[in-house]
Write a protein that binds this ligand. Sequence first.
Ligand code: CP3
Length: 341
Amino acid sequence: MQFQNDLLLRAAKGEKVERTPVWLMRQAGRILPEYRAVRESVSGFIELAQTPELAAEVTIQPVDLLGVDAAIIFSDILVIPEAMGLPYEMVEKRGPWFPNTVSSAADLKNLRVADGANDLSYVIKAIEITKKELNGRVPLIGFAGAPWTIFAYMVEGSGSKTFSKARAMLYREPKLSHQLLQMITDSTINYLKAQIKAGADLVQIFDSWAGILGPEQYDEFSLQYIAQICDAIQEVPKTVFAKGAFFAREAMGKLNCDTIGLDWNMGIAESRKMIGADKTLQGNLDPAALYGNPEQVHKATQNMMEQFKGSRHIANLGHGVYPDIDPEMVKVFIQSVKDFQ
Ligand code: CP3
């Protein structure tokens, strides 16, 4: 594939770049009025995600309107539980909700390992259309949730501050927990391989709820499954973003992946020391910094860039962009990265 702009891929692999590439987690959807217009033409998020032409359209919007150096396919991490036999709903203003959850061995019997290409053919189709329409302008990022984060939703049934049902399961039913985590891992490997076959140029694993586990539990119930996924995917560069897993940075430095995402609580110099020189770091401006005025956003971005200077870096926020951020401030962030010398 000939790219007009392959900064993201070169930065991920640690090759020379003219400038640092920049994109934003959750850039597709959430902030753009143009997204909301498309979203209002259908019944809701799920219909939009399952209509490949529309999913491709909103995937490309941030490339056209914001000037980011990568597109990320419009979908959700929760398509995996659905493909395994546990459907979800997106409740307006409240987020994901599962009518059925997993709490016993009997529940596990009703689930299957998902086949990425068949069970998630709508995502695969959206990737194919997006690749065609992008026509090499920028790389396309595919993604999946980390097994622990997906487990947390499948057991809890919705978002939660404590995910106490999911964490209780780790203590009460460790064997069952491992069985479910392994099924999610196998499904995720199938799914990411299908995304790559369809054209995804890099894949990112989101462990959004990493930070609610202790260090030993994180090793046992999350990291080893992420490691399996990293070992199974050899075709494209891989990024692991484990939000709140400051205690696992040294271990993440040993994963078979190219890039580690940092959240904004993680110090940059200290993370570099713990992770080592041979990984690219991605991040990590506080998403709330974009509530500032243009001058403040510019300064905060420059300050972040300064701290990453001289080592492998992909600029991003420390978590997904917040829904009520002014797209103009996102543009200031992006331009400040591009102007940084
Ligand atoms: O990055 C992108 O823009 C690509 C698309 C994408 C979505 N979700 C679309 C979406 C990605 C990468 C995700 C990942 C995701 N989904 C994560 C991991 C990243 C993170 O933020 O920690 C998680 C935990 C989820 C689960 C999820 N999906 C929640 C909690 C919610 C409700 C709150 C919210 O984020 O808006 C969703 C819904 C969702 N996923 C929307 C979008 C555009 C909003 C739905 C709508 O348009 O009504």
